[in-house]
Design a protein around this ligand. Structure first.
Ligand code: GAL
Length: 338
């Protein structure tokens, strides 16, 4: 008897669970969202934006997020599963953007459209099917904004040129090697300083793989070698910039003695905005996760429902690319981005 009651209870739970699900799931599209890894500050904000957009749209999609854990093989397995389970559309943040052809081929064979984001497949891969799209931001623009901020600081503060040699001595914390944002932010930030009429000298450059702890370690090491010769710190993202700030604080910067150095990041994450508010981070660039998440979601949903994404209010560059603008963020306007 006891067993029977237990079985009945389990069955009714299952029914309740299914009942609830069916109610919510009516007409839902199955959408797989593959992230290069869950443990990334900026990517987490894009994920939250995609989820919010789905909530705001009455949960039109059953969203399934897959953690690539920084391994392309792991991500490929998740995508294989999405395809085998007949998902309606995919949103993909590649681990290794040069591996896009493998994924495109499989999705194309199964007729499942893909919206890539944040890690841009090369042009030839994007051209290999008309049911693939890319949502991102022009990395050149973020680099240029960083460089302009550094040039502005240098021009407005004569003591910024510590050794008075008329040259900006800087260090550069780069993101993951091969990532378009790492390559282009590095190049365009310093180009913008030169374009502003300031000579530059790189004292050190190394990858911090987008991570705060690496930013701190590299900066520690650079301070040990170059000390006060460093006049500007560029970081390809905010997490590394905030790590560098920790290392600088340990050497007496940003304290009572008034020792200061401009550190410039990208993303405008919540901790970065706080850091600007506290007079630490000099500037960052809004990498608009809300705008990107919304566009990724809207386009993926149109594809999942077999509708034409081109009817959405986005500009499709070359028919396949949607670009979301970067915005400069400094002490003057950070409150708008809280
Ligand atoms: C960049 C962002 C980095 C990191 C990276 C991951 O756009 O600035 O912080 O999230 O994407 O691909």
């Amino acid at each position: 008897m006891k067993k029977l009651v237990l079985v009945m209870t389990i069955i009714s739970f299952v029914f309740i669970a299914c009942g609830e699900k069916t109610e919510e799931v009516a007409d839902q599209s199955k959408v797989g969202v593959a992230l290069y890894k869950f443990d990334d500050t900026f990517i987490s904000t894009v994920r939250a934006a995609i989820e919010k957009q789905n909530d705001d749209n009455g949960k039109m999609a059953a969203l399934n997020f897959a953690d690539g854990q920084g391994q392309q093989a792991t991500q490929n397995d998740s995508i294989d599963t999405f395809i085998a389970q007949g998902y309606n559309a995919l949103s993909v943040n590649m681990v290794d953007r040069t591996s896009a052809p493998v994924i495109i081929e499989k999705a194309k064979a199964a007729g499942i459209p893909i919206v890539f984001f944040n890690r841009e497949p090369v042009e030839a891969d994007m051209k290999s099917w008309d049911k693939i799209y890319y949502v991102g931001a022009k990395a050149e623009e973020s680099g240029r904004i960083q460089g302009e901020a550094a040039a502005k600081y240098f021009k407005e503060n004569p003591t910024a040129d510590r050794n008075g040699d008329g040259i900006m001595q800087y260090v550069m914390l780069t993101g993951e090697p091969g990532h378009q944002d790492a390559l282009l932010r590095t190049e365009y930030s310093t180009n913008a300083v030169i374009a502003a009429g300031i000579k530059i000298e790189e004292l050190a450059q190394d990858t911090g793989m987008w991570q705060r702890v690496n930013g701190q370690e590299k900066m520690d090491a650079w301070l040990a070698v170059h000390g006060d010769k460093i006049e500007v710190v560029f970081a390809n993202n905010d997490d590394m910039a905030l790590g560098a700030i920790e290392a600088l604080r340990a050497q007496g910067y940003f304290g009572e003695g008034g020792k200061y150095i401009p550190v410039i990041g990208v993303d405008a994450t919540a901790p970065a905005i706080d850091s600007i508010a506290n007079g630490l981070l000099y500037a960052t660039v809004l990498n608009d996760s809300k705008g990107q998440g919304k566009a990724i979601y809207d386009i993926t949903m149109a594809l999942a429902k077999n509708e034409d994404p081109k009817t959405l209010p986005y500009t499709f560059d070359n028919g396949q690319y949607v670009w979301i603008d970067y915005v400069p963020v400094t002490a003057e306007n950070y409150e708008d981005f809280k």
